[in-house]
Write a protein that binds this ligand. Sequence first.
Ligand SMILES: Cc1cc2nc3c(=O)[nH]c(=O)nc-3n(C[C@H](O)[C@H](O)[C@H](O)COP(=O)(O)O)c2cc1C
Length: 195
Amino acid sequence: MTHILAITGTTRRGRFSEKVAAWVVEQLVARDDFSVELVDLRDYPLPFFDEAPPARTRRDYPTDEIARLGRRIDQADGFVILTAEYNHGYPAVLKNALDHTFVEWQRKPVTFVGWGNVGGARAIEQLREVAVEFEMAPLRHAVHILPDLMVPAMRSPDPFDTAVFAPLEPKLKTLADDLAWWASALAVARAHDVE
Ligand SMILES: Cc1cc2nc3c(=O)[nH]c(=O)nc-3n(C[C@H](O)[C@H](O)[C@H](O)COP(=O)(O)O)c2cc1C
């Protein structure tokens, strides 16, 4: 069975990404075609990237903290990146985490759940370009959370009721079906690689 990581792309206080992460993980753990775990970038407080290029140094990690993130990504067969849109781009904390690593992402599929005024579409399009440089396979299907669901989700009392996002369940299912296909196809292909 393949293993998928859902990655929270924002770390700021009061972040919306926690609500998205709760919903995405709840939906994906119910599937029996892959296992899923959440990677919260808050658990990997990295300095601003200031090292030799990881595409060259590969798994020769300069610090234990980077090694911890790198090994986590290494164990996965595919990714769902949960991204906000900050000033029409993706969050810097997410790019910083990506730049600390490289080979761990290669030849694995990545898809996205975004939110914001245009459902994070601009951030997601930019991330698709970044994914190509990492030799990932960025997928067509994504989920875009627009203000019509963001606003009720923000107003929802604690604990957050993930049912707010129920109208997007068919979209998330399509995303997950596609991700499952690519994750297992590329896992088989990678098994033939000689590093
Ligand atoms: C620095 C900053 C810039 C933002 N820029 C945009 C933007 O360009 N487009 C958009 O739709 N929302 C933008 N927003 C609003 C975010 O969609 C909203 O704050 C969302 O909750 C951010 O996700 P987070 O709470 O997980 O950080 C911005 C928010 C912040 C903090």
